[in-house]
Design a protein around this ligand. Sequence first.
Ligand SMILES: C[S@@+](CC[C@H](N)C(=O)[O-])C[C@H]1O[C@@H](n2cnc3c(N)ncnc32)[C@H](O)[C@@H]1O
Length: 251
Amino acid sequence: MTALHLPVGAPWRVEQADCMAFLGTLPSGRVDVITTDPAYSGMNQHMSFGHGRIVGRYGDAANQRWFTEFQDDADTFLLFLRECHRVLADGGHIYVMFDSFSLLSLGHLMREVFAVKNVIVWDKVNLGMGHYFRRRHETIVFATKGHRRLSRRDLPDVWAIKRIHRGAYPTQKPVALFNRMLSGSAEPGMTVCDPFVGSGSSAVAALRAGCGFAGCDVDPRAVRLTSERCAAVAGGAADPGERPANVDSAP
Ligand SMILES: C[S@@+](CC[C@H](N)C(=O)[O-])C[C@H]1O[C@@H](n2cnc3c(N)ncnc32)[C@H](O)[C@@H]1O
C-alpha cells in the first residue's frame, strides 16, 4: 500500500477539514484513485422546491441548508483540481461527479488539469425533481494523470443504479456507484481519496475493494457517519449506513 499516514490495522483516515486544507496535508503522488462528489454552490438552491422548502431531514429551522457548499468559482475549482493532480500518483485515476448545472459551468475545467477519458452517466432509475424534464441522471467525469488503462474492458459508460431514498445523510450516494468507479481503477493495496466524503459511501467501497482510504468533510455529521461505517466494514461487520437492498454488484 502506498504510505499515506494511514493508521496501522485501520487502513482509513477521515478528518473534519476543508478539502483544500486536507489535500494540503497529503504527500505528492501517493493517491491512486480519487472518487469524489463535491458540494457545488447552488446545490442547496437547486434542491429547494415547492414553496422554498428544503427537501430532506436536515431542512429544519435550525439548519436551512443541507450542508456547507464549496466555493466553486472557476478559479477555486481549478486550484482544487490542481491539488488533486498533485496528490495523485502518475497513472492515477480521478472520478468527479457533476450535476447538470455544475457540469456546464465547471466540468470543462477538468480538461485543463487532467486527460479526460469518459463522461459517464449515472442513471438513478427512479425519477427525481425538475420543473421541466424530471431529473434522472448525474454525470461522472473520468480522467487520468498520465497514462494508466482501466483494468477491464467490459465496463459501459451508463450505469443504472437506484438512488438512495431517505438515506442516513443528505445526498448520500449508493456504495454501488463507487464500486463501479473502482471496478476498473483500483486494486487491493491501493489508496483511494475522497475530499468531500459525506456519508462515507466512497470509503466503504474503497475498503471493500481492499484499498486504504483517506478523506475529509467539513461537516462533523459526515465525519461521524463515515467513521462509523469504516469501523464496521473494516471489522467485517455489515455497513450501518446502507440497507442491503441498496447494494448491488459491479458489472
Ligand atoms: C454532495 S455531498 C457528498 C455526498 C457523498 N458522496 C455521499 O455519498 O454521502 C458533498 C459534501 O461536501 C461537504 N463539503 C462542503 N464544502 C466542503 C469543503 N470546502 N471541504 C470539504 N467538504 C466540504 C459537505 O458537507 C457534504 O457532505
